[in-house]
Design a protein around this ligand. Structure first.
Ligand code: CAA
Length: 257
């Protein structure tokens, strides 16, 4: 597979994507999104891959949707092509996806990071939804996901003033899972991804599915869903292996079965 806007690698059991449009601070154009979706399809189908990492450059994870591609669109074009409609492929990944964010994650870049399962931020990261400054508004989930993650007041502040949030504020607000020194970002993200990929893939996938269900349902229904999935894992070979390994004081050897 060839990619013009991404570097796509498999590092051990981790699918690793680097957004790579350095001249445009990784602005997200249609070709990049189509390539990202293709890379994700490949990792989802690859039995050797247990976790996916998406990162950008030191300066920018992504500075938003490509403004130069958007500026001449009219309403009918945007509606007919369902502009941004294909961006949410990432939310349908069944394997975990980690966003490793350094520098700018603005507009669509922030929205893309929020579509991942967790965000590990470098201390240089800056998050924002500056669409209001362009005469528009977030269009890839910013008003919805940001509000769920950081609450109404801060989401209003970010989306209505267009200001950026630094990594420390993003950590306090619950937008990111951890903040690390910029020069350790890839190392930390890879270690987390390798750890996840070393566990039983069905247990990992069901855990992800259950956490995501909490956004779509009531607490009681969510807890019931979680318990049914928990019960189902007793049908797996990996449950027998994981618990036997604990009792026998050895390392578990999961087979993803
Ligand atoms: N789209 C297209 N090109 C972009 C871009 C974007 N979102 N962001 C940066 N670039 C380009 C610049 O045009 C510039 O290209 P040229 O050298 O050809 O002029 C290059 O990347 C470098 O950018 P700057 O010179 O502006 O770099 P800087 O360090 O001075 O500033 C920045 C960095 C503050 C991030 C600034 O680039 C910026 O404000 N970018 C736009 C951020 C933005 O508004 N994002 C939201 C887009 S709308 C959206 O995302 C909608 C949605 O919901 C999906």
């Amino acid at each position: 597979m060839s990619f013009n806007n991404l570097i796509v690698e498999t590092r051990g059991h981790v699918g690793f994507v680097t957004l790579n449009r350095p001249d445009a601070l990784n602005a997200l154009n249609s070709e990049l999104i189509e390539e990202l979706n293709r890379a994700l399809d490949g990792f989802e189908a690859d039995k050797e891959v247990g976790c996916i990492v998406i990162t950008g450059s030191e300066k920018a994870f992504a500075a938003g949707a490509d403004i130069k591609e958007m500026q001449d669109k009219n309403y009918i074009d945007a509606y007919k092509e369902d502009f941004l409609g294909s961006w949410d492929r990432i939310t349908r990944c069944r394997k975990p996806v980690i966003a490793a964010v350094a520098g700018y994650a603005l507009g669509g870049g922030c929205e893309l990071a929020m579509m991942c399962d967790m965000i590990i931020a470098a201390d240089s990261a800056k998050f924002g939804q500056p669409e209001i400054t362009l005469g528009v508004m977030p269009g890839a989930g910013g008003t919805q996901r940001l509000t769920r993650f950081v609450g109404k007041s801060k989401a209003m502040d970010m989306c209505l003033t267009g200001r950026n949030m630094d990594a420390e504020e993003a950590d306090r607000a619950g937008l990111v899972s951890r903040v690390v020194p910029a020069d350790t970002l890839i190392d930390v993200a890879m270690k987390a991804a390798e750890k996840i990929a070393s566990f039983s893939l069905p247990a990992v996938m069901m855990t992800k599915e259950a956490i995501n269900r909490s956004y779509e349902t009531t607490l009681n229904e969510g807890v019931r869903f979680e318990r049914r999935m928990f019960h189902s894992l007793f049908a797996s070979e990996d449950q027998k292996e994981g618990m036997s390994a604990f009792v026998e004081k050895r390392r578990a050897n999961f087979k993803n079965k």
